[in-house]
Design a protein around this ligand. Structure first.
Ligand code: GLA
Length: 368
């Protein structure tokens, strides 16, 4: 859990934004809710290496990276940075191919705790796993525990080799943007079937959150409604995805805070069992489009999201116990995870009314 600069700031990242964001993560309660990593994405770099080392854009980071990392650490948070497995980053800055060891040492010296490692300008003829393995090994050799975030966009099935090369999370798709169409494409269409590859310390990453962007910033694309952001966040929690905030954490609306800070919903994401949710099924096309996703929890309960992806408000969405592996006659207590409301004891099935692009996120807990 954390924050990354790319979705909102893109090229306009600098030391002030990072430090103010760290302040906001503490003052708004995001830190207390579990958000921990403050990650600078691409375009922090100078155009050229100096003495073979990556260095910073002095206009954006006048005192360098280390004081910014120190500031973030001083807030009790962790610090992340970005590089790329090819010769250049996606935005054309110098990257780490052939410099893995020196870059990993540089990052360790600066106090980096998280490395997002992209896939642009990869040298043709070299395979993705070995490019990522080079940096995975270099990070271990550098001796500072570093969360290794593989950003290979799912091109070479990184879920099959990401953990083997030292990755802790790996992107499964191309880039998200701030639109409902992107959430549907990346989340509802492309994650089903990857659940077997995730577990504690090895996570599928359907990209950073767009919650709270409202059409502003680097990946703005029309924006979403609060219901759409709530569905997006619910699905990412059911998927046990990394929760990397992409909005301007210094200026969150009340609705954005309500979504990003909901303890019971976050608890689904962070459940210690570490199971990624799976798609139970749905009506995949047309006006009635709907999907049901379920995530088994350590307690024995199941978190279930009933999503209305169609265009009819008040759609009745039903989940049958049998589709969750529950015996039909088993009484279960149902709880609305967004509101904390106890919805009573149900047997055989549960039905909720869900407005368009919204979700009913419930916990279904079998009673003895
Ligand atoms: C790629 C990544 C994005 C972002 C940009 C930066 O597109 O997938 O998440 O890091 O590069 O240039």
């Amino acid at each position: 859990m954390g924050w990354n600069s790319w979705n909102t700031f893109g090229p306009d990242i600098d030391a002030t934004v990072v430090m103010e964001t760290a302040d906001a993560i503490v003052s708004t309660g995001l830190k207390a809710a579990g958000y921990e990593y403050v990650v600078i994405d691409d375009l922090w770099e100078a155009d050229e290496r100096v003495d073979g080392r990556l260095t910073w854009d002095a206009a954006k980071f006048p005192d360098g990276i280390q004081p910014v990392a120190d500031y973030v650490h001083g807030k009790g948070l962790k610090f992340g940075i970005y590089s790329c497995a090819g010769s250049h980053t996606c935005a054309g800055k110098p990257a780490s191919y052939g410099y893995e060891e020196v870059d990993a040492r540089t990052f360790a010296e600066w106090g980096v705790d998280f490395l997002k490692y992209d896939f642009c300008y990869a040298p043709p003829g070299l395979d993705a796993p070995s490019l990522y393995q080079r940096m995975g090994q270099a990070l271990r050799s550098a001796g500072r525990p570093t969360l290794f975030s593989v950003c290979e966009w799912g091109s070479n099935k990184p879920w099959e080799w990401g953990a083997r090369v030292g990755g802790h999370m790996w992107r499964t798709t191309g880039d998200i943007n701030d639109s409902w169409a992107s959430i549907v494409d990346i989340g509802f269409e492309r994650q089903a079937g990857l659940e077997a590859y995730a577990g504690p310390g090895r996570w599928n990453d359907p990209d950073m959150l767009v919650v709270g962007m409202y059409g502003k910033g680097n990946v703005a694309h029309g924006g979403c409604t609060d219901a759409e952001y709530r569905s997006h966040f619910s699905l990412w929690c059911l998927l046990a995805s990394p929760l990397m905030i992409g909005c301007d954490a210094r200026r969150m609306s009340a609705a954005t805070r309500d979504i990003l800070l909901n303890r019971e919903v976050i608890a689904v994401n962070q459940d210690p069992l570490g199971r990624q949710g799976y798609r139970v099924g749905g009506i995949l096309h047309g006006i009635e489009t709907a999907q049901t996703w379920a995530k088994p929890l350590e307690s024995g309960a199941i978190a279930v999201g009933l999503f209305n992806l169609g265009y009819r408000d008040g759609r009745l969405a039903m989940v049958a116990w049998q589709s969750l592996g529950l015996v039909e006659s088993r009484p279960c207590r149902v709880r609305n995870l967004w509101t904390g409301q106890d919805l009573g004891v149900h047997t055989g099935s549960f039905t909720a009314r869900v407005d368009q692009h919204d979700v009913a996120l419930v916990e279904i807990a079998p009673l003895g």
